[in-house]
Design a protein around this ligand. Structure first.
Ligand SMILES: Nc1ncnc2c1ncn2[C@@H]1O[C@H](COP(=O)(O)OP(=O)(O)OP(=O)(O)O)[C@@H](O)[C@H]1O
Ligand SMILES: [Mg+2]
Length: 583
């Protein structure tokens, strides 16, 4: 039955006359058929949050209940796409509307005309259950799109399509289950606010490698893990997320640009399509989905965008992939939530955010994980959320609620950013709760002494901070030689290891083997200087050996030249061994 608009407050619209309105159902509002979602039911009225600009909408216009929750379309064609927060393809909207995204523009999320090459992998007569692979479509040069038996469906295969070209709506298989026939197509749908089911969650004991030294070495994230990147304005949150999108070893990347300035998104939209995947040399967009809801787009769609993103990620996880989701920034998402809550006249909690902010943040990160899938295969969804606390003060609600649930904390620091120390991840207060769980992986796959080297480096950096406080009191010259040594090594660690220039062709990415070799070398320097101190050699004397400049060039050294350069430096270390002090 048709309803009528009886009240409009910005993006929140009150509708009367719907028959049995249900929470989260999609309602089409007014002449333009704007997309909205029922977020509250008051007596018989439905309160609808509209995902499009409501200007021009008038009381008295009609509203139609779709009787379906807010859902995304799932099927070949997702990868390489650029969507808005409710999965409308931005490029197609732009083509239809010129430069401006108008309201009520109806375009399918996925192309209905395009034909995909389907290859069956099952035979007639086989009994299949949810999650099993019926066949595959080569979606891009990097991704094989596995066509699975949809969640909640099972049965005996009555027919399955031959290898050939099919559109998303063509039936590629028919299942029979207690005389009921079910047609399977290349495309399915899923409600964004409902997590897709898995068999069981697995321990996060494999790292998601990122090629970023401060992350992989000091504060690693697990595949299927969660990380928060809080930082003040301009501290490098977006650059870190871009780096992870470009270099992390996930199979699929979902990048959600949520409420950030239009130009940050333009930067992605213009740079990503030109980037190459470092492992394969293929276009990066062949493994990437972009969701853009910039600050100039409707606020309600921004609230939906992170759910759209995570649902698309779960869909690829279910094919057995490792998927990483970047959300930049979850603060803008929370602000959208606050604005909508205000319009709903809900009782405000801390700083005007709704009282359920913490629960929503928790539910979002809860969707991360490495998991045994319905099919028995393994897949993972890793979630990395940027947080932009006003003034950089993380005592505010969004940061606090995020830190309660995420297990990695990369604390970006304004003073480091001002000093051009990038990534500005503060090594003194950042942490990774996965570190211990990942140690056995690092020992087995990188080197037995990896955890030891890392812990020693972290301890050195911590000692540096303590010594620096003493320096303030007594001055550098009064320090014991052993402390001067710590300062020396810590400086190398900071400047030549933790710092990493995202915009340098070589430094932008460091393989694990490169990271290990440099870390080990710095440790060797530490050891030989310590030995020299025991022979009463002064730090000043050691500093005359031109080793530091060479170390500082290592990060700009190509992976295949690194061994030679390290050998050279090891020869220089011999010179330190020959130094002798006075008794
Ligand atoms: N790893 C890096 N290497 C080199 N430069 C960097 C790096 N990270 C950040 N920067 C510099 O810092 C600038 C700001 O970074 P970025 O835009 O990521 O900050 P942000 O925290 O996202 O800011 P905002 O709060 O405005 O969104 C970049 O334009 C770049 O010049
Ligand atoms: Mg940013």
């Amino acid at each position: 039955m048709e309803g009528k608009v009886i009240g409009i407050s910005g993006s929140v619209v009150t509708v009367a006359g719907l028959k049995n309105p249900k929470m989260n159902n999609i309602v089409f509002i007014g002449e333009k058929s704007l997309v909205g979602e029922i977020v509250k039911i008051e007596k018989d009225n439905a309160i609808v949050q509209v995902y499009e600009d409501t200007s021009g909408l008038r009381v008295g216009e009609t509203a139609i209940d779709s009787n379906e929750p807010l859902s995304v379309e799932l099927g070949p064609g997702l990868i390489g796409s650029i969507f808005d927060g409710i999965q409308r393809p931005l490029d197609k909207i732009l083509a239809k509307e010129g430069t401006f995204i108008g309201s009520g523009v109806k375009v399918d999320s996925l192309d209905r005309e395009k034909k995909w090459h389907f290859k069956p992998k099952m035979e007639v007569g086989k009994e299949v259950s949810a999650g099993e692979e019926l066949g595959e479509v080569k979606e891009t040069s990097l991704i094989k799109h596995r066509i699975l038996v949809p969640v909640n469906k099972h049965g005996v295969i009555k027919s399955i399509a031959e290898e050939g070209e099919y559109t998303l709506n063509d039936t590629i298989a028919v299942l029979e289950n207690e005389n009921k026939k079910e047609e399977i197509k290349l495309m399915t749908k899923w409600p964004v606010r409902t997590p897709r089911p898995v068999k069981e969650k697995l321990a996060p004991n494999i790292p998601l490698l990122t090629g970023q030294r401060v992350i992989d070495t000091m504060f690693p994230i697990a595949m299927g893990g969660t990380a928060a990147v809080p930082g003040p304005f301009g501290s490098g949150k977006t650059v870190i997320q871009h780096q992870l999108a470009k270099w992390s070893d996930a199979d699929v990347i979902v990048y959600v640009g949520c409420g950030e300035r239009g130009n940050e998104m333009t930067e992605i939209l213009s740079t990503f399509p030109e980037l190459k995947d470092p492992k394969s040399g293929k276009p990066l967009m062949d493994r990437t989905i972009l969701i853009a809801n910039t600050s100039n787009m409707p606020v309600a769609a921004r609230e939906a965008s992170i759910y759209t993103g995570i649902t698309l990620a779960e869909y690829y996880r279910d094919m057995g992939y490792s998927v990483a989701v970047m959300a930049d920034s979850t603060s803008r998402w929370a602000e959208a939530l606050r604005e909508l809550s205000g319009r709903l006249e809900e009782m405000p909690g801390e700083e005007g955010y709704p009282a359920y902010l913490g629960r929503r943040v928790g539910e979002f990160y809860e969707r991360a994980g490495r998991a045994k899938l319905l099919s028995g295969k393994i897949g993972a969804t890793t979630l990395v959320g940027a947080v932009s606390p006003p003034g950089g003060d993380i005592s505010e609600p969004v940061s606090q609620n995020t830190l309660r649930v995420t297990r990695v904390f990369w604390a970006l620091d304004a003073s480091l950013a001002n000093a051009r120390h990038f990534p500005s991840i503060n090594w003194l207060n950042s942490y990774s709760l996965y570190k211990d769980e990942l140690d056995s992986w690092y020992k087995k796959n990188i080197a037995e002494d990896w955890p030891k080297l890392r812990d020693k480096a972290l301890a050195t950096l911590q000692k540096e901070a303590e010594i620096n406080e003493i320096v303030q009191l007594v001055g550098y010259d009064a320090l014991p030689e052993a402390d001067k040594l710590i300062l020396d090594i810590a400086r190398i660690l900071r400047e030549d290891y933790l710092q990493q220039n995202a915009f340098d062709d070589i430094d932008t990415y460091a393989s694990m083997s490169k990271q290990y070799k440099i870390l080990k070398l710095i440790n060797q320097v530490f050891d030989s200087e310590e030995e020299a101190l025991k022979r009463n050699v002064l730090i000043q004397k050691i500093q005359e050996i031109p080793i530091k400049q060479k170390i500082s060039r290592l990060r700009y050294t190509n992976e295949d030249e690194i061994d030679d350069k390290i050998k050279e430096i090891e020869l220089d270390l011999e010179q330190i061994k020959e130094l002798n002090g006075e008794k």
